[in-house]
Write a protein that binds this ligand. Sequence first.
Ligand SMILES: NC(=O)c1ccc[n+]([C@@H]2O[C@H](COP(=O)([O-])OP(=O)(O)OC[C@H]3O[C@@H](n4cnc5c(N)ncnc54)[C@H](O)[C@@H]3O)[C@@H](O)[C@H]2O)c1
Ligand SMILES: [Zn+2]
Ligand SMILES: [Zn+2]
Length: 363
Amino acid sequence: MNVRAAVFRGPHRPLSVETLLLDPPGAGEVLVRMVASGVCHSDLHVVDGEWSRPSDVVLGHEGAGVVEALGRGVEGLAVGDLVVLAWTAPCIACPACLRAEPWLCADPRGSGHRLSPPQVRLRRRDGSPVGAYSGIGTFAERQLVAAEAAIPVDPGTPPEIAALIGCAVTTGVGAVLNTAAVRPGQSVVVIGAGGVGLSSIMAAVMAGAQPVVAVDAVPAKLLLARDAGATHTADSGGARALLAELTDAGADHVFEAIGLRETVELAVDLTRAGGTTTLVGMTPQGERASIDVYGFVEQGKRLLGSNYGSAVPARDFPRICALYLDGRLPLDLLVTERIRLDGLEDAFAAMRRRDGARRVVVF
Ligand SMILES: NC(=O)c1ccc[n+]([C@@H]2O[C@H](COP(=O)([O-])OP(=O)(O)OC[C@H]3O[C@@H](n4cnc5c(N)ncnc54)[C@H](O)[C@@H]3O)[C@@H](O)[C@H]2O)c1
Ligand SMILES: [Zn+2]
Ligand SMILES: [Zn+2]
């Protein structure tokens, strides 16, 4: 079948929107008609050459769609289901999966940006293979994905919201609720109010944190953070002074949701003695940050990394949908603009100039 898709051909090159040939679903696979796909900063890291990834692959990893066909042996899914796509489809057999830590799966289906490597399911007319990013490559009208990557959710979830639950929302909400397990009354700082950070702010508010402080360089982002429920806002320069005013000696929890050395170091500094810093933002590969080891140890701080919000997609995607549908997570404010596949370059440019929360491709 023919599908239009946006293909990554190497760093610093525009994605090319092309018509590709997609195979029918094999055993354990599902054909999904994409309804929406968000543009995440992790896509931009790839396009800007900050993360090394193979080409050519259909990019995009924050998507939702409707099941159109099932391959042999697929259970628990039906044609017509609305599914949120997980960018790790756990193997369910490795030690990490057996510990219920699917985000650490050693052999996720879709690794190497192929389903069942080295097989690809997409080709150009000349027969040359094209991979699917993380096995889901959501910048495409249709995709074949592993059944484990397709998580059915409430069919009343709007397409854009379902798409964002596939990455930014689960990452930001999960960091607060799963990784750091914020408790009512604790003080929270979130550095970076993009798609991920705004989701963390909403989850901190929902968890009963007080105060909830948003830090961002862009005033418009801080207004969005207020809409998300932040009680206080500051730019990175003003964060230390604001926190000194609000707390005795730092916050119980600080989340870094940008991925910059200086804000990672700021996050550790803003954490109180005995408090927890959770790193969510991802730097260019190879980047290192430094901490004052003596002070860190003496103050008994804790430093956590949060991959995919420490989420179990089959458990957390439907839960997050339910919280949204109950009005407890104001996720609508994340959607800045709806775009088409040929609008991706503009969306990347907007993200580089820190304009807006999420742009979402609607199909
Ligand atoms: N841990 C995970 O599993 C995971 C999952 C998804 C995304 N991420 C990473 O999270 C990070 C954030 O992703 P996003 O999609 O929300 O990005 P985004 O571009 O939407 O948001 C980044 C925010 O940081 C702000 N910012 C940038 N530089 C700043 C500075 N120097 N000081 C203060 N504010 C600054 C921007 O204004 C923007 O609001 C990225 O690094 C992304 O790769 C991690
Ligand atoms: Zn992402
Ligand atoms: Zn596994």
